[in-house]
Design a protein around this ligand. Structure first.
Ligand SMILES: NC(=O)c1ccc[n+]([C@@H]2O[C@H](COP(=O)([O-])OP(=O)(O)OC[C@H]3O[C@@H](n4cnc5c(N)ncnc54)[C@H](OP(=O)(O)O)[C@@H]3O)[C@@H](O)[C@H]2O)c1
Length: 240
């Protein structure tokens, strides 16, 4: 490992992921900008570098085994990885009410939002296991809270058979990782950024991407012995 803390942020070319990269870079960390599009990735890397961040591009499509394996290889060649932020996510588009949803939509959303997280995490795990203070942050959402879904508030967004359940699935996966890795120093947590103005929601959110990035930065910088298997936003734990 190099002495400098190294992070990888998936889907870091725009939105909340870009601001997570900027925030971790401002701590003096080296930040891998994981992105699937060459032009969007290099534009983001250049912008981060211009802001003084030690950023480097990592070609990465979280749905593609070969792409993820190549990303892990690149990071290994660079000297390792301390922190993984699984931020890349999609809604699958609307409408997706259970009675009308195209099953392919569910499959696509789960492939990115859940299986993509597992694919990337498992590829990076051998590198994280060599770190002194490894952290995994999964960008979830309050829409994935079963408690809030059942409470029938509008906090969980539109009725959805793909996006909201994918975040419930991701929350469960987060708990399972934390249980399996409970006797290691790897802290695994899920975070919600709040309702943030990004492409994901047609910029209808009321928080800025920089505000939305704060929970991921907090969970990426937890002290040793900090919480694992948790689900948090800026106000603290979220009800599962
Ligand atoms: N915005 C909100 O209000 C909100 C609320 C709760 C949770 N979240 C979560 O926060 C995360 C970031 O969302 P955002 O609002 O910043 O959305 P965004 O602006 O749409 O950014 C999503 C990012 O994910 C990337 N991505 C999508 N599929 C990918 C794939 N297969 N491989 C690699 N990268 C991929 C996108 O890359 P391209 O540019 O190539 O498409 C983009 O960089 C998501 O997990 C989202 O569910 C957002």
């Amino acid at each position: 490992m190099t002495n400098k803390t190294t992070a990888l942020v998936t889907g870091a070319n725009k939105g909340i992921g870009y601001e997570i990269a900027a925030g971790l870079g401002a701590l003096g960390w080296a930040v891998g900008v994981g992105a699937r599009d060459d032009v969007r990735r290099e534009t983001a890397v250049e912008k981060l570098r211009a802001a003084g961040v030690d950023a480097f591009g990592v070609p990465l499509d979280v749905t593609d085994d070969a792409s993820v394996a190549a990303a892990a290889e690149q990071l290994e060649q660079r000297g390792g990885l301390d922190v993984l932020v699984n931020n890349a996510g999609i809604t699958g588009g609307w409408q997706q009410e259970p009675t009308v949803v195209d099953p392919a939509t569910i499959r696509t959303v789960v492939e990115t939002n859940v299986i993509g997280v597992v694919r990337v995490t498992n590829a990076m795990l051998p590198l994280l296991q060599c770190s002194a203070s490894p952290r995994v942050v999964n960008m979830s959402s309050t829409v994935g809270s079963l408690s809030l879904q059942a409470a029938n508030t509008d906090a969980t967004g539109p009725i959805s058979a793909a996006y909201a359940p994918s975040k419930s699935f991701l929350n469960a996966i987060t708990i399972q990782y934390a249980k399996e890795l409970g006797d290691t120093n790897i802290l695994v947590n899920a975070g919600c950024p709040g309702f943030v103005a990004t492409d994901l929601n047609g910029f209808r959110g009321y928080r800025t991407p920089a505000q939305g990035a704060q929970i991921a930065i907090h969970l990426a910088t937890l002290p040793d012995g900090g919480p694992t298997g948790g689900y948090f936003d800026d106000n603290g734990p979220i009800a599962w």
